[in-house]
Design a binder for this molecule. Structure first.
Ligand code: HEM
Length: 141
């Protein structure tokens, strides 16, 4: 049964539900930013963020709700293309990996099913790598 599970997380709002809905996603994002701000391994990406980290938390949480098949709460801030909103930032492999490591350690602490934790991190690699590629293009230009 568990072998079939990862497939179904892409259906409808299955991922949003597996993450515990908006409350579960906000808990994950709070853990992610708390970790980023308190662990020196993530200082580079923490300092790339604007001063107002409350807005950063809110934006990421709202984005993830829609991205995981739940309500499109990020519309409050307007339309968004993930690579584009990062294009002005110096994000290479090291920064991409800081983001993914920080997120993966936060995901590990959530009360999600193990199969969803694995699925979520596989899915997050895709936009994280798209961000890195977009930023590399920007540096060359
Ligand atoms: C690849 C590593 C990444 C790094 C280092 C990074 C870092 C940042 C930084 C520094 C900002 C603030 C930008 C600014 O206001 O100037 C930001 C914004 C944001 N990031 Fe990332 N990010 C990464 C990947 C991702 C991924 C994979 C997602 C989504 C799955 C994401 C979602 C967002 C969202 C929703 C915002 C807010 C955009 C807005 O509405 O202004 N980021 N990120």
């Amino acid at each position: 049964m568990s072998a079939l599970k990862p497939k179904s997380y892409g259906d409808g709002d299955a991922s949003f539900q597996a993450a515990g809905g908006e409350a579960g996603i906000r808990q994950l994002v709070d853990n992610f930013f708390d970790r980023m701000g308190s662990d020196k391994r993530f200082i580079t990406i923490y300092e790339l963020h604007p001063e107002d980290k409350e807005t950063s938390r809110d934006k990421l949480a709202r984005f993830l709700c829609g991205w995981l098949g739940g309500p499109k709460l990020h519309e409050k801030y307007g339309a968004i293309g993930i690579p584009r909103v990062h294009a002005h930032l110096p994000i290479g492999e090291a920064e991409r990996d800081q983001w993914l490591t920080c997120m993966s350690e936060s995901v590990a602490e959530q009360p999600f099913e193990q199969s969803f934790k694995t699925y979520l991190m596989e899915q997050l690699y895709v936009p994280a790598e798209a961000v890195r590629r977009r930023c590399a293009r920007e540096i060359q230009a």
